[in-house]
Design a protein around this ligand. Structure first.
Ligand SMILES: [Zn+2]
Length: 132
C-alpha cells in the first residue's frame, strides 16, 4: 500500500520535473527568438485581457512591428511592438483588437463618434422636454 503510494509519488515527481524542464526550454526558445527579431518585445501574459481564442502574439510570446494599411485612407502604417504592448497591457484593450486606422484617421473617427453621440443625446433631451 505504502509502496504503491511511493511509486505514484515518484512518478509524479518525475512528471513534474519533466514538465518544468519543458517549460524552461519553451521559455528559452522565446527568449532566443526575441533576440533574433529586431524590435521584438516580450508579452506579459498576466497583463492581458484575453477572451476566447489565442492571438498570434500570445502564442508567440512577443510583439513585433506590424505593418498595416489604414482602413480609411489606405496609408501604409506600422503598429510598433511598443505601441502594441501599451495597447494590450497598459490600456487593457481586449487581445482580439488591433490597430486599423492611422493616427489622423483615428482622430477624425473619434470626433465623428463624439459628434454623433452628442447629436443623439441632444435629440433625446428634446424628446424628453417635448413630453414634459
Ligand atoms: Zn488613415
Amino acid at each position: 500500500m505504502s509502496q504503491a503510494k511511493n511509486k505514484k509519488t515518484r512518478r509524479q515527481i518525475l512528471k513534474e520535473r519533466r514538465a518544468l524542464q519543458a517549460s524552461k526550454k519553451a521559455e528559452q526558445r522565446v527568449v532566443d527568438r526575441i533576440h533574433r527579431t529586431p524590435g521584438a518585445i516580450r508579452v506579459n501574459e498576466k497583463a492581458l485581457t484575453l477572451g476566447y481564442g489565442t492571438p498570434d502574439f500570445v502564442r508567440r510570446g512577443y510583439y513585433t512591428d506590424q505593418p498595416f494599411n489604414c482602413k480609411d485612407c489606405g496609408k501604409e502604417q506600422v503598429w510598433t511592438a511598443a505601441q502594441q504592448k501599451w495597447w494590450y497591457e497598459v490600456a487593457s484593450a481586449p487581445a482580439i483588437t488591433k490597430a486599423v486606422r492611422c493616427r489622423e484617421c483615428r482622430r477624425k473617427e473619434r470626433l465623428r463618434v463624439e459628434a454623433a453621440r452628442k447629436q443623439s443625446n441632444d435629440g433625446l433631451q428634446r424628446k424628453r422636454r417635448a413630453r414634459t
